[in-house]
Design a protein around this ligand. Structure first.
Ligand SMILES: NC(=O)c1ccc[n+]([C@@H]2O[C@H](COP(=O)([O-])OP(=O)(O)OC[C@H]3O[C@@H](n4cnc5c(N)ncnc54)[C@H](O)[C@@H]3O)[C@@H](O)[C@H]2O)c1
Length: 348
């Protein structure tokens, strides 16, 4: 397939780009290179004949029209977004502009291109979204594709709005869309402002390992390469107009997760003084409106497309810690980016 991937210099987008090229697809990576982007994430494919990079903003209609006209894709996989909840608390404006306005612009550019092509049924607009649109769960239950939307942060509200736009473009204009809503991803190339990389990097630096609130918030963790595989399956075989929930069925409290990372580090890179890294765990003020629990029911994608995660959370976390130990120059270079290493999203 010829794919446009937006946000392909980010964490998940780059995993999709690397995997798609490996699988024999032709890929055009469209990314504005915001603070969260890193072209090293796609260095593996940079010189591949089936790969091209276009630096462009999804809010720029002329640029998006030009990308469609020049590259004539079979499908677009839309991952470009502002993605960090804490940043959305401090500055919601860019989340509204990029996640809602950018998705609208992309939908219109895609509709124009698809119409000019004679409205082929085979075209796909694949919108990549999050489980956070469903809100927060109590101690039991899981999000299904029919769970009502109840977003509670500026980030999740902006993603929910973009999901609604994508469905509206399907119902109103017939644009062949598919949507996916995924749980928390982790793995190599995770930007060093998110919980797992922050924990590993701070541990190695002898710094406190910050846990928001009492650490009881539960997330359902999925290894990023398993997510990339699921996305490529959905864009090729997903049913038009349908949403697919993607999750790892790996629920952990934030405290359990950080403790597990500490135990892996104790084994792979013991502290010089022989003491456990868990001693560095520090409880800090909670995130305002912090959702208590997310959990995904992935029955639909399993039953319809035969997908299931290939990596257990234990194995995935071990691989991730090892990757950060082996790739220090990658994360060191990103530590100078604006906001990295500072506590964000306190609502103050
Ligand atoms: N990280 C997760 O756990 C997770 C879970 C579920 C869904 N998602 C969704 O997956 C997608 C990718 O998430 P991620 O964690 O890889 O994000 P990321 O922040 O690592 O990467 C986002 C990429 O989008 C690019 N971008 C941002 N604004 C842009 C714009 N206006 N024009 C063009 N490019 C722009 C950035 O430069 C960056 O390369 C997002 O849509 C996010 O909502 C993420």
């Amino acid at each position: 397939m010829k794919l446009i991937v937006t946000g392909g210099a980010g964490f998940i987008g780059s995993a999709v780009v690397r995997r798609a090229v490996r699988d024999g697809h032709r890929v055009v990576n469209v990314d504005a290179l915001t603070y969260a982007a890193c072209l090293d994430n796609v260095a593996e494919v940079a010189d591949h004949p089936d790969y091209a990079f276009v630096e462009a903003d999804i809010r720029d209609r002329a640029a998006m029209d030009a990308v469609f006209a020049e590259h004539r894709p079979d499908a677009i996989m839309h991952l470009a977004a502002e993605s960090h909840v804490d940043r959305s608390i401090d500055g919601p404006g860019t989340f509204i502009d990029t996640n809602i306005g950018g998705t609208y612009t992309l939908l219109e550019a895609a509709r124009k291109y698809w119409t000019a092509q004679g409205r082929p049924d085979t075209f796909r607009f694949h919108h990549i979204s999050t489980d956070e649109v469903y809100g927060s769960l109590g101690p039991t239950g899981q999000f299904t594709e029919d769970t009502p939307y109840d977003p509670r942060s500026p980030y999740s509200a902006s993603k929910a709005a973009s999901d609604h736009l994508v469905r509206a473009w399907h119902h109103t204009y017939g644009l062949p869309v598919v949507l996916t809503n995924c749980s928390n991803n982790y793995g190599p190339f995770h930007f060093p402002e998110k919980l797992i990389p922050v924990t590993i990097i701070n541990a190695l630096a002898g710094k406190p390992l910050p846990i928001y609130g009492d650490g009881s918030n539960v997330r359902d963790w999925l290894y990023v390469e398993d997510h990339a595989e699921a996305l490529l399956l959905v864009v090729q075989k997903g049913q038009v107009g349908r949403s697919y929930n993607i999750g790892g069925e790996n629920e952990r409290t934030n405290l359990e997760l950080v403790q597990t990372l500490c135990a892996i580090l104790d084994e792979l890179r013991p502290r010089a003084d022989g003491r456990p890294y868990a001693e560095q765990i520090t409880f800090v003020a909670d995130r305002p409106g912090h959702d208590a629990r997310y959990a995904i029911d992935p029955s639909r994608i399993r039953a319809e497309l035969g997908w299931r995660p290939s990596v257990t959370v234990e194995e995935g976390l071990r691989r991730t810690v090892q990757w950060y130990l082996d790739n220090e120059p990658w994360w060191r270079a990103l530590q100078t980016r604006d906001g990295v290493g500072r506590r964000l999203g306190t609502g103050g």
